[in-house]
Every structure is written in structure tokens, then in C-alpha cells.
Design a protein around this ligand. Structure first.
Ligand code: SAH
Length: 466
């Protein structure tokens, strides 16, 4: 086989990154945009010692799971990896991925895993679910202003003002900003030259409140004629939603980081509000907030259900962000201690507790792998009161999972229950292996699809002390 050679291939599997996999003559090929069950004419693009990459020349026989991707730029854009697969098949793929990781990496015996593994919780409508979008602004070859998405793994902007995962209002907002820029001769930022003003547009929508936030990231301190933009945005004829906050984020650095730390408020209170379940959240441009509120409610619901609280429990909520899980749990617990590494998130968490009238949640800034071991040491020395016996520890770490020092402290503190919310089932499996080896039993696993059309999946797991 040589590069560009064409050959027929049966696609039999999907990699964790959503690439189709087929085998021919003992050689494994990774084929982008191919769906298991497809029979394709492929062309080799890159050959290694015992595997290679290929592209689809033609789908000769389509898999029953193949659908027409609803988005016209799904193949170029880096955002969605699974649009060419039916939603049912996407769910099966994600369920299998979590299951296999727990089996192989987590070494959970198959019988035990089968007994606790619940079906994945999917969405009724797997589009338009994102409450946040960040559109890079650029210039095309003819000098037109374009807004859209970076093509997979590059910084080339593909124009797209109506991403099908995002809110329908985004399109009109972007159009308005584009017209404003044209009329006022404001140029997009150019990553190569470092010149130009407007870098990104961040739009957030409170799905339950109907409040919209628009934040322009600019390479400068001021936006010329900014009052005209505020006026134009506020006049947009939306139904049931309205623009509540317009701001600038100042980012004059030559960097890939999207948001600048300094926020200049142009209109409104500087934040929008939204509710998940019956907890209200204040969201400012720089706060972290889960992007799929419909599924997040189901995910936090699972965490709460698994914790099975009776109002008497002391809880540690590690990696608590703006206090979402903590506040959800606080209503049914005695006390919740939230720990999070980002100071701004802790500031938001405290404010969120206060706007909800919650007084039994405390938040502190720190790394989970430092705060928890310190607490454990203090507990061992009886420096803390017996009332601080911890009944439940919940964790929701970033993709890299929990640090071993954190897991060590967890098993030392020995809470009756551990609720683990994970956005990467491989590191979840690694950590479950540790916890199972240190006195915990896996009791429940429920994957939740917070990111339809992409390969990502959340998982909520419950462990009990044996
Ligand atoms: N539970 C929250 C946030 C989950 S995202 C929610 O559902 O909204 C993971 C969080 O862990 C982020 O807020 C991140 O800032 C925080 N984080 C990352 N590393 C950390 C560490 N070592 N210790 C504590 N928090 C950390």
C-alpha cells in the first residue's frame, strides 16, 4: 500500500476520538467521518508501521447508523465529530466507551459492572443545547469580516454564524456586530500581524431565564462608537428573550487564550442569571458554567440521588467551580464544604449561595490535593471537632481526574459515600480502580450525554465504603 492508493474497507469500530476504524490485511486504518457499518472506498493518507490513516473517497454502502449531517460545515469544523451518526448510535458509542473503560482501565469485574451500570441519559433534542458560544472574528481573503469557528486543529476561521448546537439568537447578534463593525470601520484582529481590534464574540444565554449576554473580546481598551452597538443590540426583536448584559473583555496579548481578564461593562449589571433545578446562578463573562443546562440538571440530579441525603450529612464538594453541585446538595445536607482552585469561581460560589439564601455551604480556594490532605491531617490530630466527620465526598475534576494525593486523603477520611462526576471516563476508571483497591465498592454508574454530536460524555458514579 502506498499513499493515495485506493481500496475498499469495512468500518467496524470507532475510536475514542470518533474516527472510524477498519482492518485490512492485518493493518488498522483510521478513517475520519466514517461510521461503523459503512463499506467505503478509502484512500491512504498516511502510513505507519502497522497502522495508517485514510480518507473516504466514496461511501459504497452506508451504515444503517449513518445520517446526513444537518450542519453543512460539520466535516471542516472541529466542534462536532459525530454528526454523521444517528443520535441513537452516538448514545450506544458513548455508553460502550464508558463501560469498556471501567472494564479495562478500571478493572471492574464484568459481573459487578453489569449489575451497577445504568443506561446513558440522552437528550430529546440533541441540537441547540449549548448556552455558550465563542466565535472568532477574522477577515477572509477578500477582506470581508467573517465570524465562525476554527477548522479542526487549526486557526483558520470557517464562517458560520448559526452553529446548530448553539442558541438561534446567536445569528442575529453576530450579524448586528458585523454591520456595526463595517459601518464604523472597525477591523477584526489578525493573529499573524497582531493588528485589528475585534478578536472574539462571546454569547451566553440563560435557557430558563431568557437572558442574553454579549461580550466582545477586543485588542484594545475601547470600542469606537460603542454606544451605537449597545443601541443596535438592545433593539433586536427577540421573542421571550432579551439582552441583559453587554461588555468588553480586554485582551491585548499575543495569545491563544480567548478572554482577557479585564471586563468593561457597557450595558446591564455585568452578569446574567439562570436557574438549574431550583438553584439560581449568577453568571459573569469569566465564570465557568456548564454548557448544557438541560443535561446538567439530570447530571446533578443523579449526583443528588446517588448521595441519598437525609439532612444530617457533612459533605466535601471538591472541584466545585461556582458551587453548582454544592448548592444542589446543600438543601438536603447539614453542611457542604466546597473547594475550588480558581478564586473568581469561589467568589461566584459565595454569591450564588447568598442569592439563594443558602447558609450551610462554605467555599474555599485551594487545590483539592492540598486542602483535603491538610483536613485529613488535622482530623487525625483531632484538631477538628467530631461534628466535622465527613459523610459524603463529591468530586467533579477536570479531564485529568483526581490527583493521587487527593484520592489518598479521601480514603483516609473514609466517607461512607463518594459521588464521582467525571467528564473523562478513562481517568474516572483509573480513579475507581484506586478506590476499589482501598475499601470502596462501585454501586452505581450512570453516563449522561451533555455533549451530543461530539465524542464527549459525562458519567456519575457512586461508591460505598465496604
Ligand atoms: N462542579 C463544577 C465545576 C466542574 S469543572 C460544575 O459542575 O460547574 C472542574 C473544576 O475543577 C473547574 O472549576 C476547575 O477550575 C477546578 N479545578 C481544577 N483543578 C483543580 C484542583 N487541583 N483543585 C481544585 N479544583 C480544581
Amino acid at each position: 500500500m502506498n499513499k493515495n492508493d485506493e481500496f475498499e474497507l469495512d468500518i467496524t469500530d470507532l475510536s475514542d476520538e470518533g474516527t472510524g476504524i477498519g482492518k485490512k490485511d492485518g493493518f488498522v486504518y483510521f478513517v475520519k467521518d466514517a461510521v461503523p457499518g459503512d463499506h467505503v472506498l478509502a484512500a491512504a493518507t498516511k502510513l505507519k508501521k502497522n497502522y495508517g490513516f485514510a480518507r473516504i473517497v466514496k461511501v459504497l454502502r452506508a451504515s444503517p447508523d449513518r445520517v446526513q449531517a444537518p450542519c453543512l460545515i460539520a466535516r471542516q469544523c472541529g466542534g462536532c465529530q459525530l454528526q454523521q451518526m444517528s443520535y441513537e448510535a452516538q448514545l450506544r458509542f458513548k455508553e460502550k466507551k464508558v463501560y469498556n473503560n471501567l472494564l479495562r482501565i478500571g478493572e471492574v469485574p464484568e459481573d459487578a459492572l453489569k449489575a451497577v451500570f445504568e443506561p446513558i441519559v440522552g437528550m430529546e433534542n440533541p441540537f441547540r443545547y449549548r448556552n455558550k458560544a465563542q466565535f472568532p472574528v477574522a477577515e477572509d481573503k477578500s477582506g470581508n469580516i467573517i465570524m465562525g469557528f476554527y477548522a479542526g486543529r487549526t486557526h483558520a476561521v470557517i464562517p458560520c454564524e448559526d452553529c446548530l448546537l448553539g442558541a438561534p439568537e446567536n445569528k442575529l447578534i453576530l450579524e448586528t456586530i458585523r454591520h456595526f463593525m463595517l459601518e464604523n470601520h472597525i477591523r477584526p484582529y489578525n493573529e499573524v500581524t497582531g493588528k485589528g481590534l475585534v478578536r472574539h464574540v462571546l454569547i451566553r444565554k440563560g435557557f430558563s431565564s431568557g437572558e442574553l449576554m454579549v461580550c466582545l473580546v477586543i485588542n484594545g481598551e475601547k470600542l469606537p462608537q460603542q454606544e451605537k452597538l449597545v443601541e443596535a443590540l438592545c433593539k433586536l426583536p427577540f421573542k421571550n428573550v432579551s439582552i441583559k448584559s453587554i461588555s468588553l473583555s480586554i485582551n491585548t496579548e499575543r495569545t491563544n487564550v480567548i478572554m482577557g481578564r479585564k471586563i468593561v461593562n457597557l450595558y446591564g449589571p455585568g452578569y446574567i442569571e439562570d436557574t438549574i433545578g431550583d438553584v439560581r446562578f449568577r453568571i459573569s463573562p469569566l465564570s465557568f458554567y456548564q454548557v448544557n443546562p438541560v443535561q446538567t440538571e439530570k447530571m446533578y440530579g443523579a449526583a443528588l440521588e446517588f448521595a441519598d441525603l437525609h439532612g444530617t450529612e457533612n459533605i466535601y464538594d471538591l472541584y466545585c467551580g461556582i458551587g453548582t453541585i454544592s448548592l444542589f446538595m446543600s438543601k438536603k445536607a447539614k453542611h457542604v464544604y466546597g473547594v475550588e482552585i480558581v478564586p473568581d469561581a469561589i467568589r461566584d460560589a459565595k454569591q450564588n449561595a447568598s442569592i439563594n439564601g443558602i447558609t450551610n455551604a462554605d467555599f474555599s480556594v485551594g487545590a483539592a490535593e492540598e486542602v483535603l490532605p491538610a483536613f485529613y491531617e488535622a482530623q487525625k490530630k483531632k484538631a477538628v471537632e467530631a461534628r466535622e466527620k465527613i459523610d459524603v465526598i463529591s468530586v467533579d475534576p477536570p479531564r485529568k481526574g483526581c490527583d493521587e494525593a487527593c484520592l489518598e486523603a479521601i480514603v483516609g477520611i473514609a466517607p461512607e459515600k463518594i459521588v464521582y462526576v467525571s467528564c473523562d471516563s478513562a481517568t474516572l476508571a483509573r480513579d475507581i480502580k484506586y478506590l476499589r483497591a482501598h475499601g470502596y465498592d462501585l454501586k452505581k454508574v450512570r453516563p449522561v450525554d451533555n455533549f451530543p454530536e461530539t465524542v464527549h460524555v459525562e458519567t456519575v458514579a457512586l461508591l460505598h465504603r465496604i
